[in-house]
Design a binder for this molecule. Structure first.
Ligand SMILES: C[S@@+](CC[C@H](N)C(=O)[O-])C[C@H]1O[C@@H](n2cnc3c(N)ncnc32)[C@H](O)[C@@H]1O
Length: 340
């Protein structure tokens, strides 16, 4: 090969790698790039160990059932996955029904705005985001409603990411983020005008514990809306395939145990709420919430190559590849669950 073709080949390889990592591999809202993937608050050299520790929780299911162990296990999970979620999915860590003619990003925003519209709050009101992640929903909701949003998450790394994004979006005046356990919230009784949770209370070992905390901090008459992960009435605990799928979803998402949809309103009533409305957002005519997962298979393989290369050359910490693979397997369990 003469030097010109060598130069061109090297240029193409370098350009291709740059495009893969920094352009195509970047998060939807450029929150994270592949070259910046970390294990959250976990030191790079400890990621592999923490990943093994995460799995060891499932070898002792009794540990997960103990409420005091769960926040720790959830915190470890979010240290491991937060950067990968931001890079591969975006700043909102949830699903939402697809909306014809709208991008995933727009459908996500509409879903979040719907949540705040349901709790009927406006400028000057103070609302709580229970399990706020890195604050994608919080920012959409604050911009849409102009209410003051206080988010709580168990994961300190997410608190820092959320604060950074809030500032960048010019929303730090409306959005506050607190590190804490939603099973014992550091807020006074009757202090919020409304609350919402998006795919977060599924991490509570017992739903009544988090719901009663939310009930405690809300002012009398204030509204709370929650988007819950549940098993439907098609789930059959005696069916081995059903059990395998649900267990796969729980293990790949740090869930102490998925609940049946009938339990939700019942639990809310038990802790004192009056249930105003209950709706299955996955039922037709809603468009599928899982379309993004199905379409994401090619993106996954592209990202997996990127992560593997970066881990091999020492840019991404060891263990990142395992975490990425775990998330892909979980996506597979979710799509299998949908088919059934
Ligand atoms: C799937 S993420 C959803 C985040 C956010 N609602 C969103 O849609 O982008 C679940 C969130 O719940 C939080 N979480 C889980 N268990 C928690 C606990 N015990 N206390 C506080 N936050 C918790 C996690 O830290 C994470 O931020």
């Amino acid at each position: 090969m003469d030097s010109l073709s060598l130069f061109c080949t090297a240029g193409l390889l370098f350009g291709g790698l740059y495009w893969f990592v920094c352009v195509l591999g970047a998060a939807e809202q450029k929150g994270k790039r592949a070259v910046d993937l970390s294990g959250g608050s976990i030191a790079a050299e400890k990621i592999q160990d923490k990943y093994r520790q995460y799995w060891s929780f499932f070898r002792r299911p009794k540990e997960i059932e103990k409420a005091d162990k769960v926040p720790d296990f959830v915190d470890t999970f979010y240290n491991l996955v937060t950067d990968i979620y931001e890079w591969g999915w975006g700043q909102s860590f949830h699903f939402s029904p697809a909306v014809p003619g709208k991008s995933h990003r727009e459908a996500t925003r509409l879903h979040e705005e719907m949540a705040v519209d349901l709790i009927n709050v406006g400028p000057g009101k103070k609302i709580l985001d229970v399990g706020c992640g890195v604050g994608g929903p919080m920012r959409a909701i604050a911009s849409h409603s102009r209410a003051n949003v206080v988010g709580i998450t168990i994961n300190e790394y997410q608190v820092n990411r959320a604060k950074m994004h809030n500032k960048k979006a010019g929303l730090d005046g409306l959005c506050e983020v607190v590190c804490g356990n939603f099973l014992e919230m550091p807020f006074s009784d009757n202090s919020f005008d409304g609350a919402y949770s998006i795919e977060a209370t599924c991490h509570a070992p017992r739903l009544e514990e988090v719901y009663s905390e939310i009930f405690r901090v809300l002012k009398p008459g204030a509204l709370y809306v929650s988007y819950e992960w549940v098993t439907t009435d098609k789930y059959d605990g005696e069916n081995a395939e059903h059990r395998e799928i649900i267990q796969g979803i729980e293990r790949g998402d740090a869930l102490p145990g998925l609940r049946g949809y009938k339990d939700i309103a019942e639990t809310a009533r038990k802790v004192g709420f009056e249930v105003v409305n209950e709706k299955d957002l996955a039922a037709p005519p809603a468009q599928p919430w899982w379309s993004r997962l199905k379409m994401g298979r090619i993106a996954y393989w592209r990202n997996h190559i990127v992560v593997s290369i970066l881990a091999t050359i020492g840019i991404a910490p060891k263990g990142t590849v395992d975490v990425h693979e775990m998330l892909f397997k979980t996506a597979d369990y979710l799509t299998r669950g949908v088919k059934l």
